[in-house]
Ligand binder design. Sequence first.
Ligand code: 13P
Ligand code: SF4
Length: 311
Amino acid sequence: MKTITDLKEKILALKKEKNAVILAHYYQEEAIQEIADFVGDSLELSRKASQVDADIIVFAGVYFMAETAKIVNPNKKVIVPDVKAGCSLADGCPPKEFKTFLEKYPNHTVVTYINCTAEIKTLTDIVCTSSNAKKVIGSIPEDQPIVFAPDKNLGKYLIAETGRDMVLWEGSCIVHEAFSLEKLIDLYKKHPTATIIAHPESETHILKVAHYIGSTSGMLNHVKNSTNDTFIVATEAGILHQMQLDNPTKTLIPAPSKEDNTCACSECAFMKVNTLEKLYQCLQDESPEVLLGNEIIEKALLPIQRMLALN
Ligand code: 13P
Ligand code: SF4
């Protein structure tokens, strides 16, 4: 059996030999974050993917993120450790149903959260991430009606924040919907000086009690810049690795989930199907590869470019 150190050494050698770059999301396991050339949230990763110089991109995240890297880099080989790294938001918005849904709302501007498939992006006017969603909504003329998909929780948050009345698709993230308000309040009572921070994919009742709401990078920056020393973190537990590295003396407490009594943290099972071993194997085999038709790439690129041009 290969040790983590062996695997890391082999990955670094292969990466050099094949002129590959490893991009990873903050929700990846620690060993993957440590070996990656770049770790970021979904906006930073799509921006980074559009600037990559290497021949091969190994994308350690979930599949829609790797597809985005392929769309902005159609001539590069994009490979993933495991094709089963899905996402409940992307899976919960099938293109056929979404097309039928859109027929009810002609003349609406279609804004989709980046957590959707490439095919859904072909039906989109502009993409957004949790980092820039308010800015994207703000770029659309006031009198223009909007359809927002697929995350209803992020959608409700944006309606409250921007005052825009948007039509929402009924999708959600199974990880961010797992937080328990009751347990969160009990935890806060034990740590009354803590700052509660939450990702906007969380349900409205969780966001209502949060002191700060932001994307993965937004939360990392908030904790880094805050003078407080205790935080209750309502998002995927993978973020705690970088947060603790940035803030070795601060206390970071994962927000409790509804179901799990033994472990307080919420982990995205999709993100965690990727392992260092699979990453090594995919780099060795240059497979599984993300393949998309030219027509999908061309159509999906436009709404991504519109988003990237805004920032
Ligand atoms: P970020 O945009 O914050 O990276 O979020 C991606 C995601 O999948 C959250 O669950
Ligand atoms: Fe998708 Fe939720 Fe996992 Fe993010 S945490 S990848 S939104 S299932």
